[in-house]
Design a binder for this molecule. Structure first.
Ligand SMILES: *Cc1c(COP(=O)(O)O)cnc(C)c1O
Length: 223
């Protein structure tokens, strides 16, 4: 595992994907998902110049945070969060990517001492196994979130099915982008909807082609 080399390859590929889409490379933030590795390996990756760290589980998030808290990092909790664990972690989170219920939002609002930047997770592919709001739910959900003063909905997060074809990926990511644009236009309170969290190791170039502003990449750093 050559971390320096992997880091350079990922950053280069992101830059190229952005260029092909006529976007600046700074418009795409790269989150290194460190869930596959121990704290020491995560630390070594940080030394290569990664500044955004993502974990999908609370216990691993806390472990990595404890080990790396003196680095100047932005912390992303990217996986589903149980309501009873909100109080253990939310004060350390810069971005939460998996907001998937009103009850969870209310718990975050209650426990947070400051505004937490959240992505609404949407289930565009309609897979049973995936978390996230269904598109037809959103009209009812948004008014309930607008009043929560410690929640800022910065954008949408979505995940494509593992086996999705090139066409399906484009369709899912494009649907997310269209929806993000529509929601942004509404200018709802505490909901700028300016960001899109989509793209993992296997599909990030396509996500960037479709407007992603945060890619969440694990495997490609640690292969
Ligand atoms: C693990 C994980 C990723 C990264 O996946 P890779 O395919 O390893 O790049 C991205 N997002 C979420 C929510 C994850 O759990």
């Amino acid at each position: 595992m050559d971390l320096q080399n992997n880091k350079e390859a990922v950053f280069q590929a992101v830059e190229e994907a952005a260029e092909r889409a006529n976007r600046s490379k700074d418009s795409v933030k790269i989150i290194a998902v460190t869930k596959y590795v121990d704290c020491q390996t995560a630390q070594e990756l940080v030394r290569t110049g990664v500044t955004h760290i993502g974990e999908n589980r609370v216990d691993q998030f806390l472990e990595k945070y404890e080990a790396l808290k003196d680095e100047n990092l932005t912390w992303h909790l990217i996986g589903s969060l149980q309501r009873r664990k909100v109080k253990d972690v939310i004060h350390l989170v810069d971005y939460f990517h998996a907001l998937d219920s009103v009850k969870l939002a209310q718990e975050i609002d209650k426990r947070a001492q400051r505004v937490i930047k959240c992505f609404l997770q949407v289930n565009i592919s309609q897979e049973e196994s995936k978390h996230g709001f269904r598109l037809e739910e959103l009209d009812a959900v948004l008014p309930q979130l607008e009043s929560l003063k410690n929640i800022c909905i910065v954008g949408l997060m979505t995940m494509a099915p593992f086996e999705a074809s090139h066409e399906e990926l484009n369709q899912i990511f494009d649907t997310a982008r269209q929806l993000q644009k529509e929601l942004k236009k509404k200018q709802l309170k505490n909901m700028p909807f300016s960001e899109l969290s989509m793209g993992m190791s296997r599909d990030y170039p396509q996500a960037i082609a479709n407007g992603s502003t945060y890619v969440r990449i694990g495997t490609a750093f640690f292969k």
